[in-house]
Design a protein around this ligand. Structure first.
Ligand code: 2M8
Length: 435
């Protein structure tokens, strides 16, 4: 059974791998290279084809801008099955953007640090992998420096995102109150996602108007970070994004130590790391709700909703023992009923929860992968195992979907897999879970 599933996962990855040396997340729906998808995908390849794993990482990092920024989508081809494409984003507006690749002018969670660390683990610390890492690691480091030097608005070790797409959790209810502060124009455009996936499982047209408008604001200022921080209607400290940055800092420090030298870089990362952890705990942890929350910088307030992102600081190692205990309690109480798979992407006890709609409730395999490692880090082995088993069961029962219904007895459908099918990171992380 295990081997059969792994073989199926390999087929998904192979079918999605492209000649240009990158892997699309899902045919039709997502025809380019996405930043954090690429990292997770590389882990799947690493278990059976190290060359492809390295190519995936290399191609992504090759698209880095002169200022260290790495875009969220690299438009390697001219596919018009996706909107908004390169002509809308116009990354060339930024003077330091890549001259080689067209891309977006926004980013995604910086997973590459811990991905390099995991690649070395998978390849059992081999000299070849270390050699590969020594060639790539400075690019990842420069990406972190970019974040701390350009996106740490209050100089507190926490970096902002200026667009919901930067969070990776696109239409989370987290942003609903921010949308209420905006009144974007009605854009005229042809949606492509809804010709691949049932519209009820995707964001609404009006939500897309907001997404496009924020990009237009950023474009007006040629994607200048300082101006975006001043003018974007959306400016958020995301516990997921910052936890991933912290976890990747930790990995970079470890890898630089292994490589030797690099004392200044290690010192820089360590000082940022300390500050980031302190601020994450001080500013984003909410004792009353027992969870890390998003912080809306524009409106200067915590956003009082709990999502799977709220638990990802466990993966970064930031929470102290008591905070970890509190988080686990919240996860079990709100997300972990016996009738549920872990871990819904949004609080199932909240009225905004929608079990079938994208980031408003369904289970995502990449989030589960981080939660599994986070729970294990703090010794919650049983709960971690449950997250892993639930992930495997969902994929086994439904296929390699993009997201899954968290209700064990789903009354609305025979199948509980939604969104794109043959989805790359679901396949890649299943392989990593099983190996
Ligand atoms: C989804 O986001 C893209 C925009 O980036 C979209 O809906 O068009 C998100 O789930 C994001 O986290 C993911 O990286 C991307 C590709 O899988 O799809």
């Amino acid at each position: 059974m295990r081997d059969k599933l792994i073989n199926k996962a390999i087929k998904v990855l192979e079918d999605n791998f492209q000649d240009g040396g990158f892997t699309i997340p899902s045919k039709g729906l997502y025809p380019f290279q996405w930043k954090w998808d690429s990292g997770f995908i590389a882990l799947g390849f690493a278990h059976y084809d190290l060359k492809k794993a390295k190519i995936e990482v290399e191609t992504l990092l090759d698209a880095q801008w002169e200022n260290g920024f790495i875009p969220h989508i690299i438009f390697h081809t001219d596919s018009d099955s996706y909107f908004p494409g390169p002509d809308f984003h116009q990354s060339n507006l930024h003077p330091q953007s890549s001259k080689k690749y067209r891309s977006t002018g926004m980013t995604q969670p910086p997973v590459m640090g811990f991905i390099l660390e995991r690649l070395l683990e998978i390849d059992k610390g081999s000299d070849e992998m270390l050699e590969f890492i020594s060639k790539q690691i400075d690019k990842v480091y420069e990406n972190h420096v970019y974040f701390y030097e350009n996106r740490d608005w209050n100089n507190e070790g926490l970096v902002y995102i200026y667009h919901n797409w930067e969070s990776g959790t696109d239409n989370s209810p987290m942003w609903d109150d921010i949308w209420l502060t905006m009144d974007p124009p009605e854009y005229e455009f042809e949606r492509r996602d809804t010709s691949h996936v049932d519209a009820s499982q995707r964001p609404s047209k009006r939500e897309y108007d907001h997404y496009l408008y924020i990009i237009d604001v950023a474009k007006k200022y040629n994607y200048d970070d300082a101006k975006i921080a001043e003018h974007s209607p959306f400016l958020v400290l995301d516990p997921l994004f910052n936890s991933i940055l912290i976890r990747s800092n930790e990995a970079l420090i470890k890898l630089y130590k292994l490589l030797g030298g690099n004392d200044e870089k290690i010192a820089y990362l360590k000082s940022k790391q300390q500050k980031s952890i302190q601020s994450l705990n001080a500013k984003l942890f909410n004792e009353e709700l027992g969870a890390y929350l998003h912080f809306d910088l524009r409106n200067n307030r915590q956003i009082p909703y709990i999502s799977s992102s709220s638990f990802t600081p466990l993966y970064s190692g930031a929470p102290d023992r008591a905070m970890a205990e509190r988080l686990v309690k919240t996860m079990i109480q709100k997300f972990g009923g016996e009738d549920r798979y872990l871990c819904a992407s949004f609080d199932p006890t909240h009225e905004k929860f929608n079990p079938k709609k994208y980031w408003r409730g369904p289970v995502w395999i990449n989030m589960n992968w981080m939660l599994y490692h986070g729970l294990k880090r703090y010794g919650y082995d049983e709960l971690g195992q449950r997250v892993k088993n639930d992930s495997l069961e969902l994929v086994e029962n439904n296929g390699f979907f993009e997201y899954f219904d968290s209700r064990k007895a789903n009354p609305d459908a025979e199948k509980s897999g939604y969104g794109g099918d043959n989805f790359s990171w679901s396949a890649a992380l299943l392989i990593d879970f099983l190996k």
